[in-house]
Design a protein around this ligand. Structure first.
Ligand code: URP
Ligand code: ZN
Ligand code: ZN
Ligand code: ZN
Length: 485
């Protein structure tokens, strides 16, 4: 296939600006963005008249080929990335989980898993224990391996969970390295207590998952992590913000000028917890993830928080399991592998829920799904922009076409989809990754090995204080919408 592409006549959208222009791509790089570009006949020409030409989505939060809760996620790197490309996402950042606490062993293992990648990817690294070797390895990861973020789990007691003492050591190290600290914010000791309580009451089904770890435990852990990060004077990124409780803690801290980023995920934005009470185990178990999908009202409040700038970007926490794997917890909700899909659905659902509904502008959409992620993880404007010199990761979205989600047509390897039956307006008709058309006419053309590892340098913008643009933004923030549940 030709390595030269011209996208003609579309509305080119970046996070702060949109205009009608042509986009010319050569050898994986955007060469020019301007009206009326003339080219020779060795160039693939795509007509984007009446459509939006936008940076491909960047998913800040995925788990591909993740060994978790006695099994491995159904989507490996190639499978999960194929799904992503079909849904308009052209880069993701996956969580490396250390092997027996070893960061370098984890890095090696994930580097192997990612060899068959068909789109660009980066890594975050989880920290699950603390000693001199971990501390030294963090430095190696940042200075030599292109990792600039570390996730600390305040939940999953007895497995990934760490104590506050380690969290403080980790925050200190992150600050000195210019790496971003991330937290899974749920109080794991209290969740453990909540689970015991459910089992004593004889509640062993999926509803026990929601009942054992209510939003107050997410609010507590979010508040604690924010205060400790403030105490250590280092920026903080809260992953999978699922509740009003957590969101309000972030809003308050940001209002005071603290450098806190909040990442809701698409399941938390558009779903509610009602199906966890479905008498059909297979249907109910599909919705089990942590923190849990909350009662109706939380998702709408998180959407509002995105539209007012209280929350900054949208991830997925894509962590797919088949119904056979979910059945590991048929007798005990504590054994249901935690995780839902989203890598293929995020771009469509955010468009339909937030742009089509009039909550945000098209430029905001680009910021929330792509640009802000690139900026936070210090790879902007190579990623997250349609500018001359940026990587040619581009989507063409037709606002008048529609999408429909089903396990029978999705590209994940799972036999179920937590968004089953959802339909909406706005369809990604073309995906270009690294200058190659990989999704067109509902057909994938992907090649294992074509995706590249993206090095993410330390000391991103959050380390320079919140910049002028953000300061202006902060002062214009409205209070988040409060809703009673
Ligand atoms: O349920 C979830 N979220 N599974 C993935 C692991 C994590 O906590 O992100
Ligand atoms: Zn312009
Ligand atoms: Zn998590
Ligand atoms: Zn996750």
């Amino acid at each position: 296939s030709s390595s030269k592409i011209l996208i003609k006549g579309g509305t080119v959208v970046n996070a702060h600006h949109q205009e009608i222009a042509d986009v010319y791509v050569e050898d994986g790089i955007i060469v020019a963005v301007k009206p009326n570009i003339k080219v020779g006949d060795d160039v693939i020409v795509l007509d984007a008249t009446g459509k939006f030409v936008m940076p491909g989505g960047i998913d800040p939060h995925t788990h591909l080929a993740f060994d978790f809760m006695g099994t491995q996620t159904v989507d490996d790197f190639f499978g999960g990335q194929s799904a992503a490309l079909a849904g308009g996402t052209t880069m993701h950042i996956d969580f490396v989980i250390p092997v027996n606490g070893s960061l370098s062993a984890g890095y090696e293992a994930y580097t192997k898993k990612a060899k068959k990648s068909c789109m660009d990817y980066g890594f975050h690294m989880a920290i699950t224990k603390w000693d001199e070797i971990v501390s030294r390895d963090m430095e190696i990861m940042v200075k030599e391996k292109g990792i600039n973020s570390f996730k600390f789990f305040l939940a999953y007691k007895g497995d990934l969970m760490i104590k506050d003492e380690l969290l403080l050591e980790g925050f200190k190290k992150c600050k000195s390295l210019g790496a971003l600290a991330m937290v899974h914010a749920e109080n794991g000791d209290a969740v453990f207590e909540g689970q015991k309580r459910m089992i004593e009451l004889g509640i062993t089904g999926p509803e026990g998952h929601a009942l054992s770890r209510p939003a107050v435990l997410e609010g507590e852990a979010t508040a604690r992590a924010i205060r400790l990060a403030g105490f250590m004077d280092t920026p903080l990124y809260v992953v999978h913000v699922m509740s009003i409780d957590a969101m309000e803690e972030i809003a308050e801290a940001r209002k005071k000028g603290q450098r806190v980023i909040g990442e809701p995920v698409v399941s938390g934005l558009v779903l509610d917890d009602s199906e966890l009470w479905n008498p059909d185990f297979k249907t109910a178990a599909k919705f089990v993830m942590s923190p849990p999908i909350r009662a109706a009202g939380h998702g709408e409040a998180l959407q509002a928080a995105l539209s007012t700038g209280v929350l900054q970007l949208v991830g997925t926490d894509h962590c797919g399991f088949s119904s056979a794997q979910k059945a590991l917890g048929i007798d005990d909700f504590r054994k249901i592998p935690n995780g839902v899909n989203g890598i293929e659905e995020r771009m469509h659902l955010v468009w339909d829920t937030m742009v089509e509904s009039g909550q945000i502008s098209v430029t905001d959409y680009v910021r929330l799904t792509s640009t802000e992620c690139a900026r936070i993880f210090n790879i902007y404007p190579r990623k997250g922009a349609i500018l001359a010199g940026s990587d040619a990761d581009i989507i063409i979205l037709n606002p008048n076409s529609s999408f429909e989600i089903s396990a029978s047509s999705h590209h994940s390897r799972s036999d179920t989809n937590v968004f089953e039956g959802r339909r909406g307006k706005g369809k990604v008709e073309v995906t270009i990754a690294r200058g190659r058309v990989v999704w067109e006419n509902d057909e994938l053309k992907v090649a294992p090995g074509s995706g590249k590892y993206i090095d993410m340098p330390p000391f991103g913008y959050l380390f320079n204080g919140i910049d002028k643009e953000d300061a202006k933004y902060l002062s214009s923030l409205q209070a988040p919408v409060k809703r009673s549940i």
